[in-house]
Design a protein around this ligand. Structure first.
Ligand code: CP
Length: 305
């Protein structure tokens, strides 16, 4: 039974496997969508912009028979108008769940501390667990397995690769990441990942050379160079990642049947060239679609009896 969903690092392999299996069956139409959110109101609170996450959440809630209420920070003023504790103490009285996209993961942790309703992370500075669920499902669909694959990530070591790192470890995917040295996955998280990887025997590598990560990869994954919330440092970050674009030359180092992944939005011509994102190797829109199926499955896991 899951109540909250804040990180991939802290959720069990079994729970993820159940969600993926349910998502797979729902997508194939093998089972009907149970209206587990009938007469339930779910708040979607976003401090940052979104296309895929917001739409997949709203569509999922609708398909499950629930009602979504979208709030931006203009209404909430998290940490300025009101602290996270007071926000959740109010929401406990009105609604049946909150899904939040926040700058500071600690705000989600504070909500969980006082929540009587489920709290779901729709992206924080620490993790993007909803994205990782869709990524695992998409890899499984395309490769027919997870264990033993080589996943190479190229880019800033923040929320998306951190969730993918822990997802990979749990399912025996060998994960390597190339980041410009000042923008690597934080050392404390690398250490936590090494401890988890020692239990599953997944190989993990934290590097700064895109070539090494691309070599022999089954999957090459990238994301926008400049994370949301780091716009003030954009020029510096872009400069640091100048040689980290996914190009045709880089893909030549990977396995012949390599697939290209991206969480989107993509800055075409920056982290990836048009010929790659538009090629047969690219599965980025399948990833986007799977955001819906894995989100429906997660809600059923949380709200189903
Ligand atoms: N991948 C992702 O989370 O997309 P949005 O930022 O558009 O929600």
């Amino acid at each position: 039974m899951i109540k909250n969903f804040l990180t991939i690092a802290e959720i069990s392999r079994k729970d993820i496997r159940d969600i993926l299996s349910l998502a797979e069956r729902l997508k194939k139409g093998l089972i009907k969508i149970k209206k587990v959110l009938k007469e339930k109101n779910i708040v979607i609170f976003f401090q940052k912009p979104s296309l895929r996450t917001r739409i997949s959440l709203e569509c999922a809630i609708d398909k499950l028979g629930g009602n979504s209420i979208f709030l931006t920070d203009n209404e909430v003023g998290l940490g300025k108008r009101e602290i996270a504790k007071d926000v959740i103490l109010d929401l406990n009285r009105f609604v049946d769940g909150i899904i939040a996209r926040v700058y500071n993961h600690k705000d989600l942790e504070q909500m969980v501390r006082y929540a009587e309703i489920p709290v779901i992370n729709a992206l924080s500075d620490l993790e993007h667990p909803l994205q990782a669920l869709a990524d695992l499902l998409t890899i499984k669909e395309k490769k027919g397995k997870l264990k033993g694959l080589n996943l190479g990530f190229i880019g800033y070591g923040d929320n998306v690769p951190i969730s993918l790192l822990f997802a990979s470890i749990k399912f025996g995917i060998n994960f390597s990441i190339a980041s410009s040295p000042n923008y690597s996955i934080p050392l404390s998280i690398q250490e936590k990942a090494r401890i988890q990887a020692s239990q599953t025997k997944a190989k993990i590598l934290f590097l700064s050379e895109p070539d090494l990560v691309a070599r022999n990869a089954d999957i090459l994954y990238t994301q926008q160079f400049v994370p949301m919330g780091k716009e003030k440092e954009a020029n510096k970050i872009r400069k640091a990642f100048k040689k980290f674009s996914v190009t045709k030359e880089l893909l030549k180092l990977a396995k012949r049947d390599v697939i290209f992944m991206h969480c989107l939005p993509a800055y075409r011509g920056e982290e990836v060239t048009n010929d790659i994102i538009d090629s047969q190797l690219s599965i980025v829109f399948d990833q986007a679609e799977n955001r819906l199926w894995t989100t429906i499955a997660l809600f059923i896991k949380i709200y189903g009896t």
